[in-house]
Design a protein around this ligand. Sequence first.
Ligand code: CTP
Length: 441
Amino acid sequence: MIKVITYGTYDLLHYGHIRLLKRAKALGDYLIVGVTADDFDKIRGKINVQQSLMERVEAIRATGIANEIIIEEYEGQKIDDIKRYDVDIFTVGSDWIGEFDYLNEYCRVIYLPRTEGISSSEIREAKRALTLGLVGDSMFLNKVASESKYVNGVCIVGICTKKADSLSDDIKALPLITDKLEELLNYVDAVYIRTKPEEHYQQIKSALIHGKHVLCESPITINAEEYEELARIAHNNNLVLMEAIKTAYATAYARLLLLLKGDKIGDIVSVDATCTRLKKEVDVSDWNGIHEWGPTALLPVFQILGVNYKDRLVVAKYQDRERIHDSFVKMDFIYNNAVASVKVGDGVKSEGELIVSGTKGYAYVPAPWWKTDYFEIRYENASENKRYFYQLDGEGIRYELVAFSKSIETGKNFSNISSVVSKTIVDIMEKFDKASGIISI
Ligand code: CTP
């Protein structure tokens, strides 16, 4: 009996896949199809896969072509599989020519001509086709523009900015560059806003009223009532209003949260998050330190301990007499059975780490924790310590864009930040701006 094996993602199964499977089967008597698991696809750079692993497996099963279906989970597995299943022929489409020649050592390798004119990427692109406009002058938008290229179907077509000249060539080449928000809004399905938080309310409202979805850098607003109003407008008009904090989409951070929900470190007693930077000079057009860093630093506190803290102590050091620009803020939160401490420095430097302490051990995320690919779970007995490594693709931005476009497309919420957390962040910002209960040093 001649055994044949082939691998693929098989997202949104199309006739290109079916033709390949039929020809693969015809090469022998028994066909094994390896379907790539989501995590392995991510490592390979495929981040837009629409269907779950089970849906993709079911679709292959339904064709009746495969004699056996297996899951591909790790680098190097093909060699293991070929040996384990005693495979005679390995085959894939001609888009992979040369890539798998190294398997010739274990079996015959055959590249079958790929079917022209169809691919999962194209189907995804056609399904989504979301035109996105950028709003703001920040250099960060350069990253958003380059990261969007990894997301099928999201196409950045314009920007509303006053500083197009200082932005990247990608941005300068956009079809629409304007300093009028209305003009951009008439041109796009959705906007990514990265302006000063005090401008967000008007800009978001205007976008929502024009029927556009909004992804806005956190804090969404700096006033709780305004936040409620915007959330209501979005909800009533079936529009997505999503908060952008890239860390929430960084794989290591997202996995840490899941791990903590298990019993890995016991009961959580303390969350300590520090985010600081030193800047060359004070620029009044800059964001306040607390606006810039506060949401990121507060994120693990509210996502791990919840938002129902009992008490809060805030100490701030300001750069100016008017107490507008903070250079250092320390916030302590008291919960029923836990505490949290957040340190934010904009002109004060410290170790940017995240530590979550528990009754059995602790999680340690080294600086800069908000864009890390690695963390450790540590115990009293150091030989039990575990290290976790993940890929940090685009600091989380591309996954944030995937979540945004998926939410728009499906009408379901794919955000990694709940609205309760968003609202609490806004509330903290408002209280800080009103200087309510702040000790100034
Ligand atoms: N394939 C093919 N003809 C196509 C598309 C895919 O023969 N038009 C083959 C690939 O060469 C591979 C298998 O089908 O052997 C599974 O491919 P997969 O990567 O899952 O499909 P694509 O449509 O290429 O997906 P994507 O656009 O995400 O790369």
